[in-house]
Design a protein around this ligand. Structure first.
Ligand code: BG6
Length: 504
């Protein structure tokens, strides 16, 4: 039996302004996501899109460009009637992010298109630009009055990641934006929260009576969060070499998974309750001293190797990466949460590029049963009780447990039960941005982290960043491209008598 996607009402009338309109994100993800919303009847009838970018172009040329790129990146079959209707409400404004003239031209275009499309003055500004442009754009939008809410019209701004490069810069960015806009106008996006299976963590935990009583230190031994990518750094050397695996993935994507898995039940399924609990959870993660940070982490860089029989060149040989770079492409951390629920339960997190395969999963390891009854079955033969929430690539939830092997003797074997999304739900493939954009258009911030949540994330990783910077290249391990990561990461768990699950 398959269950169809739930129906929702179309979003509020609005005009979406995308800064960075000529970029990759706009073409690969945002426009295909808008197309999917249009095809599902979730874009309002009164809708307009204005692209803003530096490149010399015109509204017609921008429409032609989108018409060419959409079929390439669409996640479903493109219907020419829907495309035409969508492109009819698209315009383009050329300008530098730091030039007041850009905002004058944008103001004129907004007045024109808002009158024509009847979007009721509601505006959504999407900052799909490199982070250096966030403050200039935010400042101009604030100062020019374009983002001022009046006459019942809303004005919202979506900011892409990375939100800061460390705790201090994230705080500065928050402070600056909050001096121009109210918190409820600012939507800091993390595309992991657009993934159905990530959202399902909340439902699994809080819509079932089954899990909550055992979701604590009495029953859970430890938790493993893995975000493994088979992708190499490829052509992103410039960005990546200045960033590294920790900053690129941990304070945002991995911590979103961590907070959903470990937070306390919110009192209501509403933005403020959920976001407060998530921030509170991150606030309870123990901050590590420099020595602890070194002891409880592993960082590594990939060397040459092969993935799917294709040769992978070493990270240091990547274009725009320094030959003596000490930037990590793999990071593993052991974190401890200082609250009653999780006291003594380690959370192991790992992420890396150029690994054996793409795999995103959260694995919850339950404590072993007392073994006295099965004393003839060596404990190492018992399957470990894992509840595995697999987010990518196959979306499923699996439970691994022990069962009796048929036959006259009591022999125990590990078995698994798996719920696969595709077996139950008939959902059109998506980019992951649909729900996030739609939610912003209806003013629901439940999937967007608040300023306190963002800063709490940076506060946790800051000691690791500092300790690694001081250690310089010392302690930087290597791993073969296409492997499961460095051996040193195994030691992180082996030292506690545990081991990572295979990346498979
Ligand atoms: C991005 C990172 O935020 O997430 C990339 O900058 C990474 O380096 C990507 O590849 C992973 O996203 P996903 O959805 O493919 O898991």
């Amino acid at each position: 039996m398959t269950i169809k996607a739930a129906q929702a009402r179309p979003a509020d009338p609005c005009c979406l302004v995308i800064f960075g309109a000529s970029g990759d994100l706009t073409h690969r993800l945002l426009v295909p996501a808008l197309y999917n919303l249009a095809a599902s009847g979730l874009l309002p009838e009164a809708f307009a899109l204005i692209g803003v970018a530096r490149s010399e172009s015109s509204s017609q040329a921008f429409r032609d460009d989108l018409a060419r790129s959409l079929p390439k990146f669409a996640t479903r079959k493109v219907d020419s009637v829907i495309v035409k209707k969508f492109l009819d409400c698209v315009a383009y404004v050329q300008g530098e992010p730091d030039d007041p003239k850009t905002y004058q031209a944008l103001g004129r275009e907004l007045s024109r298109i808002e009158g024509e499309r009847k979007t009721k003055g509601n505006r959504l500004f999407y900052l799909a630009t490199p982070p250096a442009a966030f403050v200039p754009i935010g400042t101009h939008l604030g100062e020019s009055g374009l983002a001022r809410e009046d006459n019942g019209a809303w004005r919202r701004i979506i900011i892409e990641k990375p939100f800061g490069t460390d705790l201090a810069s994230a705080r500065t960015l928050n402070r600056k934006l909050l001096s121009l806009l109210k918190e409820d106008q600012i939507f800091r996006i993390d595309h992991y929260l657009g993934k159905e299976t990530v959202q399902n963590i909340l439902v699994l935990r809080f819509a079932n009576g089954l899990f909550e009583p055992i979701w604590n230190r009495d029953h859970i031994d430890h938790v493993q969060i893995t975000v493994a990518e088979a992708l190499t750094v490829g052509r992103r050397g410039n960005y990546y070499d200045a960033t590294g695996a920790l900053r690129d993935m941990v304070p945002n994507h991995l911590f979103q998974l961590l907070s959903l898995i470990a937070m306390e039940p919110p009192s209501r399924f509403a933005a403020d309750s959920v976001r407060a609990q998530k921030a509170e959870l991150l606030d309870s993660v123990q901050l590590q001293s420099p020595d602890e940070a070194l002891r409880n982490s592993v960082r590594a860089q990939y060397g040459e190797g092969a993935i799917d029989n294709k040769r992978v060149e070493a990270y240091r040989a990547t274009e725009d990466v320094k030959q003596n770079s000490t930037t990590e492409t793999y990071a593993a951390l052991k974190l401890v949460i200082d609250n009653w629920r999780w006291a003594g339960v380690p959370f192991y997190l790992r992420t890396g590029k150029a690994l054996r395969t793409k795999l995103t999963e959260v694995a919850i390891k339950f404590k072993q049963a007392p073994i006295a009854m099965f004393r003839d079955t060596p404990v190492e033969n018992l399957a470990q009780n894992f509840l595995v929430l697999r987010i990518q690539p196959q979306e499923c939830i699996g439970l691994e447990f022990n069962a009796k092997v048929p036959g006259p003797s009591i022999t125990i074997g590990g078995v698994g039960m798996t719920f696969k999304y595709e077996d139950y739900f008939d959902v059109a493939p998506s980019t992951g941005y649909e729900t996030l954009i739609y939610d912003c258009m209806i003013g629901d911030a439940i999937l967007y982290p608040r300023a306190d949540g963002i800063e709490a994330g940076w506060r946790i990783v800051q000691p690791f960043m500092d300790a690694w910077r001081v250690a310089n290249g010392k302690g930087l391990a290597t791993y073969r491209g296409g492997s499961d990561g460095p051996a040193e990461a195994d030691w992180l768990l082996n030292a506690d008598g545990r081991r990572w699950r295979a990346i498979a």
